[in-house]
Design a protein around this ligand. Structure first.
Ligand code: FAD
Length: 391
């Protein structure tokens, strides 16, 4: 990187740029790349066909490549098809006084994971417990890349995301918490643009795909704040993953394929208990600093509403593949927000938040996308900046 631009602590975080680059390169990127190919993490449940709640559908995709191929029933893992417990699992822990089951099981106190459950995420618009029109998508077969989705439809969504939901903050008057929401969205936007640039249709006549470094520069690298927001979002999501360590370590990564499931479990442990990561960046983001003061709870509700609106806007994305990745990444961010700012966690201190399987899949796939973006910025950034800035 240009040492002038990206040194020191990432704004509002607890680690510096150089550390992020080195832990990403040495630990996170290699592990995440393997993790997202496992059967547990490559199938994402999504409702792709929903009406846009804000305006009539006007989306257009230039490439046929825009459509998503959904998995036939027999492809995705069998355990994913079974109905899950509804509601909070603690509901099931009824008092068993007088029965043999009433013998105190002290292990329960330290058990964070109590089986996958169906529960709605308060940060997102979709009802995650409604399986009605959900389909499974193999993410490995539907990579996030250039689709040709652009113009007024795409612009209207980004405009709505920024102006209606998280006003920009040049005035300096905005509070820290609102700034966090803006930076998360901007960081995600940078990452989407980076993926478009890194897998671009360079020549339609020969169907040649490759990196479009000018696009990378024009959309992201030229604006240091967009790069900074990408690092911020990465650290924010990483903090959510590390905060949920107990839960994620105990979770069942069961797909019916024993060897693959053991591998998934082992990769998760390597990620969660990595000594290098723990030594270099033990607290990637400090969520305890937010939502303090008298207006804290109100502010949190307001930001939760705004984020739900952003989530609803994903139904207006007029290109199927973009909608898939938009929904996945917004659910991933919603899951990070849920982990870091869970209302339950506040009401019942010490009781960890409960997650849906699909939320964990979204969270780790989002972290992988951000990790890929950071790697590309670091690898290609300095040379392309030198070349294009000199022109
Ligand atoms: P846009 O990326 O549309 O940006 C609009 C405006 O937002 C810019 O002019 C700028 O003022 C501001 N802006 C841009 N980046 C940032 C940032 N990081 N932080 C703050 N402000 C910023 N296209 C694909 O080809 N493949 C995809 O997978 C894909 N997924 C998408 C997912 C979603 C949810 C959406 C809304 C769009 C997606 N698109 C995708 C379209 C893509 O994001 C662009 O909208 C499109 O390529 C047109 O780009 P643009 O240059 O007009 O600028």
């Amino acid at each position: 990187q240009d040492p002038q631009k990206y040194t020191g602590i990432v704004e509002d975080c607890c680690c510096d740029y150089e550390t992020v680059d080195s832990i990403n390169e040495e630990v996170l990127h290699p592990l995440l790349q393997q993790l997202v190919t496992t059967p547990f993490f490559r199938y994402f449940k999504v409702k792709l066909w929903c009406d846009c709640p804000f305006w009539p559908d006007d989306g257009m995709c230039r490439l046929r490549d825009c459509s998503v191929c959904e998995c036939p029933e027999n492809e995705f893992p069998e355990p994913f098809r079974k109905p899950l417990n509804r509601g909070l699992p603690s509901d099931n822990l009824v008092c068993q006084e007088g029965k043999p089951q009433s013998t105190v099981d002290r292990t329960i106190d330290s058990r964070a994971f109590r089986g996958w459950i169906e529960t709605d995420n308060p940060w997102t618009n979709d009802d995650e417990t409604d399986n009605g029109e959900m389909t499974y998508v193999n993410l490995q077969l539907n990579p996030e890349r250039y689709t040709g989705y652009a113009g007024p439809s795409a612009r209207r969504i980004w405009d709505a995301v920024y102006s209606e939901n998280c006003p920009k903050y040049p005035s300096g008057e905005i509070c820290q918490e609102k700034k966090v929401l803006y930076k998360l969205i901007s960081g995600l936007h940078s990452s989407i643009s980076i993926h478009i640039a890194s897998d671009y249709l360079l020549d339609e006549s020969t169907n040649l795909w490759g990196q479009n470094l000018e696009l990378l520069y024009d959309r992201v690298l030229k604006y240091p704040d967009r790069v900074q927001n990408l690092y911020f979002t990465f650290l924010f999501v990483l903090r959510a993953v590390t905060k949920a360590t107990d839960y994620l370590e105990q979770a069942e990564y069961d797909t019916g394929d024993n060897a693959e499931d053991l591998k998934t479990q082992s990769l998760m442990r390597q990620l969660l208990y990595n000594p290098k990561l723990q030594a270099a960046c033990p607290l990637p983001f400090d969520e305890a600093k937010l939502w303090q003061g008298q207006s804290g709870p109100q502010l949190k509700q307001q930001i939760q509403r705004q984020f739900r609106n952003i989530s609803a806007l994903m139904d207006c994305v007029g290109c199927e593949k973009c909608r898939l990745w938009g929904k996945l990444q917004v659910l991933g961010l919603g899951t990070a927000l849920k982990i870091l700012f869970s209302v339950d966690g506040q009401n019942h201190p010490g009781q960890p938040v409960q997650l849906q399987r699909n939320e964990v899949i979204a969270l780790l796939n989002l972290l992988n996308r951000l990790s890929e973006s950071i790697k590309l910025v670091r690898e290609r950034g300095p040379s392309i900046e030198k070349k294009l800035e000199g022109q």
